[in-house]
Write a new protein. Structure first.
Length: 140
């Protein structure tokens, strides 16, 4: 895995602008959805098994997070809490780089070993999160 900081080349995709826009639009869509009282998403896995799925508590975690109740958000779904923290950090970085037109951080995952490490890390995070949710399934 290699990190580099460089300016955008002419015609290169501006990932910071794209993902910042997607993040803000998603937050706005979710806010409008919940504000006008549309039904919460239903989990088919939870309905059939009465057990939490890997993402159970995601909506409640997001609501608690954006109300500033960080401990409650962490308790609902630790993985989603970590992802939300990462998205906030990325959005701050993306906003600063887009407004300042500064150099961008790029990560190059070129070796098979690094790709395998990333895949295994993601799978482990999902499994650990699901284990946490299964241990606290009565909350759902």
């Amino acid at each position: 895995m290699r990190f580099s900081v460089r300016r955008l080349a002419p015609g290169e995709l501006d990932h910071e602008l794209i993902w910042l826009s997607a993040s803000i639009l998603s937050l706005g869509f979710a806010g409008v959805w919940l504000t006008i009282g549309l039904p919460w998403p239903r989990c088919v896995f939870h309905e059939l098994t009465r057990l939490p799925c890997v993402t159970c508590g995601m909506t409640r975690c997001g609501i608690q997070f954006f109300h500033g109740h960080f401990l409650a958000a962490l308790q609902w779904n630790p993985l989603v809490f970590a992802i939300l923290c990462g998205v906030i950090a990325f959005d701050a970085y993306a906003l600063a780089t887009v407004i300042g037109r500064t150099a961008r951080l790029r990560i190059n995952v070129s070796t098979q070993r690094a790709k395998t490490f990333l895949r295994v890390s993601v799978i482990c995070a999902l499994v650990l999160n699901w284990a946490y949710l299964l241990l606290h399934w009565r909350n759902f």
